[in-house]
Design a protein around this ligand. Structure first.
Ligand code: SF4
Length: 474
């Protein structure tokens, strides 16, 4: 038996890919280890979206190189977006790396490791996913919640984003295969699934008989689609044992009425929409090639909140996009204040090679970008503080995922709206094991980023409809 150490950088898609890598390597008797010194194979599943992820990757690569000096049999592999995008560069600059493979040939990993074990240098990148998506084995790193890849790739061409180049065009898995995976997860005791994709809201459209790559370049929604994310949620909804269904991450273009109605109707569908907006300024959105206006996005949020006053709407924003003026930045601040998002990931723009915007004039200084980041973050903090405070003394349904990372006498879980709750079980932890259970938790304290509460064993205060004046607040 050998050991593999995998370090994952970046998004949930990468984390899900790493779980498949563990599954594939298990088939050739490589078991997971968290101890680098025990590893026979060190794999880095990389991300190229943010410079910070790149920097962390290089420092890990340095650690691996040191270990390889002491142990020349150690195999080092690089996968993910950096590998897909920069094979030749890796080959030239890091000759001690044994295996480089991309996002489209993960299924080939066991064979590639075998080749490296025979002393070959392996550099294998596929430009496209295989025509028939292979069903991959998986070893999950979680016990209660699971990611389920449903669509790979993205058909948009946002001018700052490298994803379509490294992940290719959209390719959906078959409904039946997803259903089987969800059934297996339920049998293994998982309670919540997140349907995952770079552009998950486009699920199924490429399975439509009228689909063509050309039509799909800037978004495509077939008339009366045979397959869609909403239909997939219906299809898997009744799998016994699964209590919650979420999806991540969508493009606003594909947030259809069908999807909003379906989330509102299905009891297991969580009222949680993470929809990146990226900017609150129409000119910047155009330059980003996001193909919606501020007003269209606003209307989408209103539609969601009209149907589901309790819905959580979260988003992503980029500050300091090339050419972004102070006024345009403040349009973003205004929309964050107006729509009162329930959480936002804010990033400073970082130019990625081979993307159009990296070469544009008007690049903003690091100092200015960081200043804008701090300002927007402080605005967001104020909103979240206010929203979370309103939840104190209410009772929330929390799916307990496990022990809290910070306090082993507490548990941690999430509300349907995806807010983290640190839970005091109120009884001896040995006796009570709430992991994987849905608990009614009385919220006792809040911060902008999390809630604290205790399992409500006694009389429940009336379950707070989170509505304030007919609108849900959090
Ligand atoms: S929608 Fe835009 S930002 Fe998102 S993955 Fe596709 S190209 Fe990148």
């Amino acid at each position: 038996m050998k050991h593999v150490y995998i370090e994952t950088f970046g998004c949930q898609m990468n984390k899900a890919d790493s779980e498949h890598m563990f599954g594939l390597l298990d088939e050739i008797d490589y078991k997971a280890t968290e101890d680098m010194d025990k590893a026979d194979l060190m794999l880095f599943n990389t991300c190229t979206i943010k410079e910070s992820a790149n920097e962390r990757f290089y420092s890990y690569l340095g650690m691996a190189a040191k270990r390889k000096k002491k142990n020349p049999n150690l195999l080092i592999g690089v996968s993910g977006c950096v590998a897909q995008d920069k094979k030749t560069w890796l080959q030239k600059n890091f000759p001690y790396v044994n295996i480089v493979f991309g996002t489209n040939n993960i299924h080939r990993l066991p064979e590639l490791v075998r080749q490296a074990e025979r002393g070959e240098k392996v550099y294998e990148i596929y430009d496209e996913l295989p025509f028939e998506l292979p069903e991959l084995p998986v070893i999950r790193q979680t016990k209660v919640t699971a990611w389920v890849n449903v669509i790979l790739g993205c058909n948009f061409n946002c001018t700052y984003c490298i994803v379509p180049q490294v992940r290719g065009r959209e390719k959906s898995r078959k409904q039946e295969d997803i259903f089987q995976e969800v059934k297996t997860l339920a049998q293994e005791g998982f309670k919540e699934i997140t349907l995952l994709g770079q552009n998950v809201t486009a699920y199924g459209y490429d399975l439509d008989p009228n689909y063509s790559k050309e039509k799909a370049t800037f978004g495509f929604i077939p008339l009366n689609p045979q397959y869609s994310l909403a239909k997939l949620m219906n299809y898997i909804h009744d799998v016994e044992g699964i209590e919650r269904i979420r999806f991540l991450t969508g493009h606003p273009f594909h947030v259809t009425d069908e999807l909003i109605d379906t989330v509102a109707r299905l009891p297991k569908a969580c009222e949680y929409f993470h929809i990146p907006m990226q900017s609150g300024d129409d000119t910047i959105l155009k330059r980003m090639a996001r193909i919606y206006s501020v007003d269209k996005f606003r209307k989408m949020v209103e539609k969601i909140r009209d149907k589901m006053p309790d819905a959580s709407v979260t988003s992503d924003f980029i500050v300091g996009f090339p050419g972004e003026t102070q006024e345009q930045f403040f349009n973003t601040v205004k929309i964050v204040q107006e729509l009162e998002f329930d959480m936002c990931n804010i990033s400073v723009y970082s130019p990625r090679s081979n993307t159009p915007s990296a070469a544009w004039d008007g690049q903003i200084s690091e100092e200015e970008k960081n200043e804008r980041f701090r300002y927007l973050n402080s605005v967001l903090t104020g909103i979240l503080e206010k929203k979370n405070k309103k939840l104190v003394d209410t009772v929330q349904e929390v799916l307990i995922e496990g022990k809290s990372a910070r306090n082993e006498n507490k548990f941690a879980g999430r509300t349907r709206r995806n807010t983290i709750v640190n839970v005091d079980p109120g009884v001896n932890l040995e006796v009570m094991s709430p992991q994987g259970k849905l608990a009614d938790v009385k919220i006792t304290k809040s911060t902008p980023w999390a809630l604290y509460g205790e399992i409500n064993n006694g009389e429940l205060p009336p379950k707070a409809s989170l509505a304030s004046g007919g609108r849900m607040e959090n």
